[in-house]
Write a protein that binds this ligand. Structure first.
Ligand code: 13P
Ligand code: SF4
Length: 365
């Protein structure tokens, strides 16, 4: 039975405890009609309600395999877009708070990437020379751009494989929006740092000379994650001085220097797996978002493993954090009452092209 949508104002003032109870009650009413997907950075009071968790690659696979009518995505906007693109047309992807964006994804947009493509065409024919690779942390229209121009999507867990796929087709790669993932992945496949140049989208020809562009193997977009840029080599140095037997693991969105000084680098799912599989008693310094690190520390503490956060200050994904129990309760109660709130619907033409780039990625990884 459909009623008028319940306004969020009625939920804003709910205590966390009441919100939790209402989430559980609404979930019971919805049963298998709704599935809750949570990214590893999600806050604990929301993560507790997850049916499925994962990194971006795992979550995009799970979204494409789910049978639920409603995919409630507790992550950020681009993740809910991917769920919409990869799910069946009758399924609905929902983001409990539309303000949950990704600041890195916002650092590239279609107009700027198209301008870059036009400017590159003054140096060579981009469609014959360079594969556009977008990190999954990007808007659907950039994935569509890649679908349209022989390009592909990558995530933090498959970027080296995707670069192999790309170089098998064209001699260069344009990698956006995260310079750090692009640089680290290129370096791991043996590309010298001087052959990876930085494209500043606010300068003519990216601030590069035609010669620098001709010499480059990878053109890296000037984008970064504001959370991961808080980690630095000094933090690793101090940890190693204090704990010479300790291990360091980082996310590839960290700077090149942080990745180079870590014992391991990997996606959120990889970080969790590597720490869980390490011998009892291992001490870890972890360079990724705080919610993940705190949860992991709790989960492995019974095996006497110590997990420490890399930065000295709090750094959370403040946008993902906006999905709080109040928004989840509001979303689920509306769904149970027959009202779909905050659906994420990518325009059909864009979704079709973006799906080409996403499916290339899923096939290649
Ligand atoms: P993962 O794919 O490793 O989960 O990373 C997503 C992300 O946004 C990291 O900041
Ligand atoms: Fe985006 Fe950074 Fe948040 Fe990941 S941690 S979703 S890259 S802002």
């Amino acid at each position: 039975m459909q009623t008028a949508p319940i306004d969020f104002a009625a939920f804003n003032a709910l205590s966390d405890r009441d919100a939790q109870a209402r989430i559980s009650a609404a979930r019971e009413r919805l049963g298998s009609r709704a599935v809750i997907l949570c990214h590893h950075y999600q806050r604990a009071d929301v993560y507790a309600h997850a049916d499925l968790t994962g990194d971006s690659l795992k979550l995009s696979r799970l979204a494409s395999q789910s049978d639920a009518e409603f995919i409630v995505f507790c992550g950020v906007h681009f993740m809910a877009e991917v769920a919409d693109i990869l799910s069946r047309p009758e399924q609905i992807s929902i983001l409990p708070d539309l303000a949950a964006g990704c600041s890195m994804a916002d650092m590239a947009n279609r107009a700027k990437v198209e301008r870059c493509w036009r400017e590159l065409s003054t140096v060579f024919d981009p469609d014959a020379t360079i594969t556009p690779v977008t990190y999954i942390n990007s808007s659907a229209d950039l994935k569509a751009f890649c679908g349209e121009h022989g390009g592909i999507v990558c995530t933090s867990s498959n970027a080296p494989k995707i670069l192999d796929w790309s170089f098998a087709r064209r001699e260069k790669v344009l990698f956006f929006p995260d310079q750090h993932l692009g640089r680290w992945s290129g370096y791991k496949m043996g590309i010298p740092l001087e052959r990876m140049v930085l494209w500043n989208p606010d300068l003519p020809l990216g601030g590069l000379t035609p010669e620098e562009i001709r010499e480059a193997k990878i053109i890296l977009w000037h984008g970064y994650c504001s959370v991961h840029q808080m980690f630095n080599p000094g933090q690793i140095k101090r940890f190693r001085e204090k704990h010479p037997d300790g291990k360091v693991i980082s996310h590839p969105e960290c700077s090149f220097e942080v990745c180079a000084q870590s014992d391991a680098v990997g996606s959120t799912e990889t970080i969790i797996r590597v720490v869980k599989e390490s011998p009892p008693g291992t001490r870890w310094l972890v360079g990724t978002e705080l919610n993940l690190v705190e949860r992991l520390a709790e989960e492995v503490k019974a095996e006497s493993k110590i997990v420490q956060f890399m930065a000295d200050m709090v750094c959370m994904c403040s946008t993902m954090q906006r999905i709080d129990p109040q928004h989840l309760a509001w979303t689920l109660e509306n769904l149970a009452a027959g009202n779909v709130v905050n659906p994420i619907k990518v325009p059909e033409h864009e979704a079709k092209l973006a799906k080409i780039a996403l499916e290339r990625m899923l096939d290649a990884s």
